[in-house]
Design a protein around this ligand. Structure first.
Ligand SMILES: *Cc1c(COP(=O)(O)O)cnc(C)c1O
Ligand SMILES: [Zn+2]
Length: 402
């Protein structure tokens, strides 16, 4: 599993020899899964050789198809997240919605899957260009593995986010200038750290395990569709790669369709999809509450678009108010707190149900990519909170419950 391949032109490279394909597209690990089968249930005791007991499975259940082995500490704890049906948020006559709650990963997002595989594979300092969940994940995993970490955040990153990242003690830099171009700068590899950016091959390898977990839960059937938010296209690439690998292993009764969701205010992949193009063009994005998916020039945009077209899925743009309402719905009706960047995916299911693209015959797995408990504070709505004196508590509670 040491070679990288281009999904588009098929060119291959030794791991470490190239950051992108000569054709310009991103690379991923070549993985032969023709012999792969679901691990025995008796092997379901957590990460092998880690000395860590979690009482549950983790992504290391699929170690045989990963480019890393022998996880320890925090890395051993990534993945193995809950998947459950949520009838309370299903649209009438719409599909069955199954929520994959990635917020229960160690640092509260799916990014831990890619970071865990990356940190177990590479030696020495690690880095990332991110001001959100990926920065937090890399900083935490580096701390756990006793590595130096370089985190480059954008100039306008709020202090509350900086503080959250800084607690894990990385080398943290607020960078002035074109933040989008920083991604390219770090590919050159002369910064003295291995950069685990959003669509790095090691990250995509780790992130594919979310779709392994979803499909194994449905085996020997398969879900009809998998719906997820998209920004750089890293996770979408991982999901597509997983489906290709599981299909090659003969483990899918049918290949689930991949649907991607974007905020309408910054939706380069959705626009290319609507145009019928295979190439994603950069857009002038506007600010959106979906901060974790606000990428106007996604480095794996073309690959994400190919994932959609090859699986017969689609890309949906979701309006700002719809995303906010859906975030509230998930918390109030399904008990799951997420960022708007995740709620965009169940909002997309609602739109796909309304247009008839998904219906009551469909089982849809929705990846809720990150926890809402981290980022709620800035836009918190406390208008429903009642002030009450201690003596008045019984009356106030009775009144509220009436
Ligand atoms: C990073 C992130 C995404 C987008 O993932 P990409 O791999 O960049 O497409 C979606 N949701 C959340 C919560 C994220 O942190
Ligand atoms: Zn290529």
């Amino acid at each position: 599993m040491e070679r990288l391949a281009c999904y588009d032109c098929g060119e291959t490279y030794a791991f470490g020899d190239a950051a992108r394909c000569r054709c310009g597209e991103p690379l991923w690990f070549e993985t032969d899964t023709t012999e792969f089968d679901w691990p025995d249930a008796s092997e379901a005791s957590g990460p092998t050789g880690s000395g860590v007991s979690l009482g549950r499975d983790t992504l290391w259940r699929y170690e045989s198809v990963l480019p890393a082995t022998e996880p320890t500490g925090l890395a051993a704890a990534a993945g193995g997240t809950p998947l459950f049906r949520a009838p309370s948020i299903e649209p009438a006559d719409g599909p069955r919605i199954h929520l994959k709650v990635e917020g229960v990963n160690p640092t509260g997002s799916f990014k831990d899957r890619g970071t865990a595989v990356g940190i177990c594979r590479i030696d020495g300092p690690v880095g990332t260009v991110s001001h959100g969940n990926m920065a937090l994940s890399v900083a935490a995993h580096a701390a756990a593995a006793d590595r130096e970490a370089v985190v480059l955040v954008a100039e306008d990153t709020p202090d509350s986010r900086l503080a959250m990242i800084a607690q894990h003690d990385p080398h943290l830099f607020r960078v002035r200038g074109d933040y989008g171009r920083l991604y390219d700068d770090t590919l050159d590899g002369d910064l003295g750290a291995a950069f685990l950016n959003s669509d790095a091959p090691l990250r995509v390898a780790g992130q594919k395990t979310v779709a392994y977990e979803i499909c194994e839960a449905f085996a020997p059937d398969a879900p009809d569709a998998i719906v997820l938010p998209v920004s750089s296209g890293g996770q979408a690439s991982g999901v597509w790669k997983a489906l290709r690998e599981l299909d090659a292993a003969g483990l899918l009764s049918s290949v689930p369709r991949i649907y991607l969701a974007q905020a309408a205010r910054c939706d380069p992949i959705a626009r290319a999809y609507r145009r019928g193009d295979s190439c994603v063009e950069p857009v002038e994005g506007e600010p959106t509450v979906a901060v974790s998916i606000n990428n106007a020039d996604p480095p794996s945009g073309n690959r994400a678009l190919a994932a959609v077209t090859e699986t017969d899925g689609g890309v949906v743009s979701v309006a700002e108010e719809t995303m906010i309402a859906e975030t509230e719905r998930l918390a109030a009706d399904a008990g799951v707190s997420v960022e708007p960047s995740c709620a965009v995916a169940t909002a997309a299911v609602r739109e796909l149900a309304a247009s008839g693209e998904l219906d009551a015959a469909d089982d849809v797995a929705v990846i809720l990519t990150g926890s809402g408990y981290k980022y709620g504070a800035s836009e918190a709505d406390t208008s429903s909170v009642r002030e009450v004196d201690r003596a008045d508590v019984p009356a106030a509670v009775r009144d509220a419950m009436r």
